[in-house]
Design a protein around this ligand. Structure first.
Ligand SMILES: Cc1cc2nc3c(=O)[nH]c(=O)nc-3n(C[C@H](O)[C@H](O)[C@H](O)COP(=O)(O)OP(=O)(O)OC[C@H]3O[C@@H](n4cnc5c(N)ncnc54)[C@H](O)[C@@H]3O)c2cc1C
Length: 381
């Protein structure tokens, strides 16, 4: 094992996922260097099965760092929202907003690939294990291992972008008792660029147009998710069809994966010279497709604040207060949707139906929901 001399950095970002890479590229665009670290090979992101619905606002930010995966993105032109076995439905249409699309669906791997293609060859150390983090007044010392080499780095600012946190007393966890089973299916006669959000007693079912397929997020209690994961393709398609209804027919289901779902909120975004962004700051239920959209706004706001105000603890304090409304509002909005819609309680079902009907009949209410999807933070009053 060899010891290398300490390297002095301004900004070190742990986690080269989409949020960490966005921060690195946004800082670089403003002339500020940073180093990314990841425990996995960057190539491993190409195995991620998720598809992400990205807002129009997220597209605009990615375009500014030349990382918008144009050819891999499928536009969403309408979103149909309804509840299973109940009345009421609403339709959100891009035509009402004079935009080419309400949002876009992109595979995680294509987004990560577009961002990684913009990185300089020395921008990221991957396959590293962080052994120690020691905070100091002016700098934080980090010891890491890469292969047989142990390295010591010192940085003025340490950004955590490691994705969903494990057990951590600084993070509050509220379990939904739901798992998301995801897969791609082919719809007949075709999706017509329409996304579907269907609320069921088991949890929400989302269908996102992706190429010629639908990317399905099938939310279920854990035991039912076990059963759905174990089904053969024909039984899986039948279960999906049963949950969705008969308006479309599904064929050719692809590989299935599952994700347990919980709301994880970090109480404090900043501690000394450390800051938390993206999923490690807040992990939401995927029902409203807000996770990465919120994470990219974290990364963008942090880059703007550091570039404008400098790398110091006062800038981090300003960053935390600037992000408060968006992250708390998005977490609250998403949590309310999941908890209000994921049950079969009669009076609540009636209220949901009336709510969906009201959304459909009342353009200002519908526009509020639509604008949150399109713009995120800028839609808050
Ligand atoms: C089923 C599902 C559907 C979703 N749908 C949507 C959607 O439609 N729209 C949307 O906006 N969001 C969606 N999300 C959320 C979205 O996937 C996340 O918000 C997004 O991936 C977060 O990016 P990130 O960079 O913060 O974390 P990640 O993507 O998790 O990346 C974290 C990176 O950090 C690395 N890392 C972890 N620990 C360490 C360590 N100790 N040292 C070094 N590196 C480390 C990892 O290897 C990884 O590369 C969905 C999530 C799920 C589960």
């Amino acid at each position: 094992m060899t010891d290398q001399p300490e390297q002095q950095l301004d900004v070190l970002i742990i986690g080269a996922g989409p949020v960490g890479m966005t921060l690195h590229l946004a800082l670089a665009a403003g002339g500020q260097s940073s180093l990314l670290l990841d425990r996995r090979p960057l190539q491993a992101q190409q195995d991620d099965p998720r598809a992400l619905a990205l807002s129009h606002g997220a597209r605009q930010l990615l375009e500014q760092i030349a990382a918008w995966p144009q050819r891999a993105a499928t536009p969403i032109e309408t979103i149909h929202v309804s509840q299973k076995d109940g009345f009421g439905r609403t339709l959100i249409d891009r035509a009402d907003y004079a935009l080419p699309a309400l949002g876009y669906v992109v595979r995680y791997r294509d987004l990560a690939g577009a961002l990684a293609s913009r990185l300089a060859p020395d921008a990221c150390l991957d396959q590293v294990e962080i052994i120690d983090i020691t905070p100091g007044d002016e700098r934080i010392s980090i010891t890491l291992r890469q292969g047989n080499t142990t390295r010591r780095l010192a940085t003025r600012l340490l950004v955590h972008a490691e994705g969903t946190p494990g057990d951590d007393p600084a993070v509050s966890v509220s379990d939904y008792d739901q798992h998301a089973v995801i897969a791609e299916v082919t719809p007949l006669p075709g999706h017509g660029n329409r996304a579907w959000e269907r609320f069921t007693a088991d949890g929400p079912l989302a269908l996102l147009p992706l190429g010629k397929e639908y990317s399905v997020v099938f939310t279920l209690p854990p035991a039912k998710a076990d059963a759905v994961m174990a089904m053969d393709d024909a039984a899986f398609t039948a279960a999906l069809q049963q949950q969705f209804g008969r308006r479309l027919r599904f064929t050719e289901p692809g590989r299935r994966s599952r994700f347990p779902l919980a709301l994880r909120l970090r109480e404090t975004l900043v501690k000394g010279r450390e800051v938390w962004i993206g999923n490690t700051a807040q992990t939401l239920h995927p029902v409203s497709g807000q996770g990465f959209n919120l994470g990219i706004r974290d990364a963008w706001q942090l880059a703007e604040t550091l570039l404008a105000d400098g790398i110091d603890t006062a800038s981090l304090g300003r960053y935390a207060s600037l992000r408060k409304l968006d992250r708390q509002g998005s977490a609250w909005f998403t949590d309310r949707i999941v908890r209000t819609f994921s049950n079969d309680f009669g009076p609540l079902k009636l209220a949901r139906g009336l709510g969906l009907l009201a959304l459909d009949l009342c353009p200002p209410a519908r526009h509020f929901v639509a604008k949150r999807m399109i713009w995120g933070a800028r839609a808050w009053p």
